[in-house]
Design a protein. Structure first.
Length: 261
């Protein structure tokens, strides 16, 4: 038996019912599928049953990569990349009607999501993303304004993605059994975005500045970023609020005004 590598955050999904539930979230037939971290191919096998047009697998672990190559040697639909997803150009791999799946390593899952949020072309060429996260992280991604999960990650995610569906996955569904519960989230890209932010990196910068000192009122940091004329253009803004008390739309507006400078 192959033992998962702790250094790569590997926990193999072994529950076939959960595998089917994940794959059934989207229509796969004739779509171009990208799977991040396929491991031994449990999710891959279920995806193949749904008849995709193409299937690209990105696997960092060289041993698993070799096993996948042997397992799928005769399948012409499959391309396998022995790459670190954080250094790999996923955007280039996305062609029309792509769907991205990932039972992500817990230690880098937020970085993978942010990497996709940073795609240069938007709307992107993928139609759906289905990712599995640690439950607590999933709640931060989905965190609505005025809830405990609300913060940087939900503001960034909400700017470019719609949340379609989500469900919890017990730790009993994995080998080795992790200590935590997981959450599967199905996203769709927003095709029309109301705010015209030129670079999402600026939104990352703005939210980082405010949430790095999230217990402090926003006035001081805001005045470092914008002049008084710009600040007066922001509706419903209370300078004595803390970052968690500010709606996402205000952060998007601050970023737009910051880019004007």
């Amino acid at each position: 038996m192959d033992f998962p590598k702790k250094s790569l955050g590997q926990n193999f999904l072994i529950d076939k019912n959960i595998v089917r539930k994940i794959v059934n979230l989207v229509n796969i037939k004739n779509k171009n599928i990208i799977e991040i971290g396929p491991g031994k191919g449990v999710l891959t096998d279920q995806i193949l049953k749904k008849n995709p047009r193409t299937l690209s697998l990105i696997e960092k672990d060289s041993h698993l990569y070799n096993q996948l190559n042997i397992k799928y040697a005769k399948n012409k639909k499959i391309k396998i990349f022995n790459e670190d997803v954080l250094k790999f150009n996923i955007e280039e791999l996305c062609i029309r009607d792509s769907v991205i799946f990932g039972n992500l390593p817990y230690n880098i899952s937020s970085q993978i999501l942010v990497k996709i949020l940073r795609f240069k072309k938007w709307p992107p060429k993928f139609k759906d993303i289905v990712f599995m996260f640690q439950k607590e992280l999933g709640e931060k991604i989905l965190g609505k304004y005025n809830t405990s999960g609300y913060g940087r990650l939900s503001i960034l995610s909400n700017y470019r993605l719609n949340f379609v569906n989500n469900f919890l996955v017990s730790n009993n569904c994995f080998f080795p059994k992790p200590k935590i519960t997981s959450k599967v989230i199905h996203f769709k890209p927003k095709n029309k975005i109301k705010h015209n932010i030129k670079s999402i990196l600026n939104l990352e910068k703005i939210t980082n500045i405010f949430f790095s000192s999230k217990r402090k009122i926003i006035k001081k940091n805001l005045k470092k970023l914008l002049n008084d004329t710009q600040i007066n253009k922001i509706n419903n803004l209370n300078l004595y609020s803390r970052p968690s008390e500010i709606e996402p739309e205000i952060f998007y507006k601050i970023t737009e005004l910051y880019e004007e400078k």
